[in-house]
Design a protein around this ligand. Structure first.
Ligand SMILES: Cc1ncc(C[n+]2csc(CCOP(=O)(O)OP(=O)(O)O)c2C)c(N)n1
Length: 291
């Protein structure tokens, strides 16, 4: 695939836990590491894969690519690779929900690196002053690009910043899907009830490089092994086996189903055409409704 591919292997429990805690009317804004959020929300795998391959059948006609997706049908307003850009836009989305008394909340996903951007601090401040229904979800994956957490962040506990903006802030084991879901339900409910914004810091890890071009030469292999042993998928699989919820055979069937769906999606993307030159200027400008 051409272009920069940024994956979220290792962070599956955050996407699944938080998105499962939402209602259909809730709005999601995400960053460059968004594929898990979109899949958890039920985006169509075939048209997502086609979009990542810049094909005409993609969710955005091949114009967004992997980093700037938008799937309004499932209320994923946008994803952006401009670090820290999602939060002020999430303030806008949450303000619209509040103003129209629409009932939903907005969730914005961002990384620990983004948490140091001024835009995120401004968004937290304004959301709190206006008591907006906005859930900030910081995925602390221990790295921002090639920088360790302590190289770019003044505090080891980002969730404590929530206190400075007068909103509840909690940290959670981001590799435990039930724990993420539980805290997600609790704080989504807080935002939904009109009390204002809330903040979750999910502690997890980036199992691949910053992007697929990154060989992670700067990462201690022992650190990767430690986090591999905490893999959220393996952990939950084991729990479901231990609790007799699933059998080995059922798990194999789920794995097989996932592999088949990915194979079908890759074939769909491969076979899809590239957009024609005549579409270069379509869906680029919006004609505002006349007053
Ligand atoms: C405003 C801005 N500054 C810098 C970059 C370059 N950049 C892309 S991703 C990234 C690291 C972001 O780290 P974090 O927010 O923790 O997200 P992660 O990649 O770790 O999920 C940087 C610096 C950018 N895309 N946008």
């Amino acid at each position: 695939m051409s272009g920069m591919q940024i994956l979220a292997n290792g962070q599956e429990a955050v996407a699944t836990g938080i998105v499962s805690a939402l209602e259909p009317e809730d709005v999601i804004i995400s960053n460059h590491r968004s594929h898990g959020h979109l899949l958890a929300r039920g985006a169509d795998l075939n048209s997502l894969m086609a979009e990542i391959m810049a094909k005409d059948n993609g969710v955005n006609g091949g114009k967004a690519g992997t980093l700037h997706l938008s799937v309004p049908e499932i209320n994923v307003l946008m994803t952006s690779t401009v670090v820290g850009a999602g939060s002020p836009l999430a303030v806008g989305a949450a303000f619209a929900q509040h103003y129209k008394r629409a009932g939903g909340i907005t969730v914005v996903f961002f990384g620990d690196g983004a948490a140091a951007e001024g835009s995120v601090h401004e968004a937290m401040n304004l959301a709190s002053i206006w008591k907006l229904p906005l859930l900030f979800v910081c995925e602390n994956i221990c790295w921002a690009g090639a920088q360790r957490h302590e190289e770019h962040c003044a505090t080891p506990h980002i969730f404590q910043r929530a206190k400075g903006y007068n909103m509840p802030g909690r940290s959670v084991d981001g590799n435990d899907v039930e724990a993420v879901y539980t805290i997600g339900v609790e704080l989504a409910e807080y935002c939904r009830s009109g009390k204002g914004p809330a903040f979750i810091e999910a502690l997890t890890y980036r199992m691949r490089g910053h992007g697929e071009q990154d060989r992670q030469h700067y990462v201690d292999p022992g650190e990767l092994e430690t986090w591999a042993a905490r893999c959220p998928i393996h952990r939950y699989r084991q729990k479901l086996l231990d609790d007799d919820v699933l059998t080995e055979a059922k798990i194999r069937a789920i794995d097989q189903d996932a592999e088949t769906r990915v194979t079908v999606a890759v074939a769909f993307g491969d076979e899809s055409p590239y957009p024609g030159p005549e579409t270069a200027l379509t869906d680029v400008f919006v004609q505002p409704p006349s007053a």
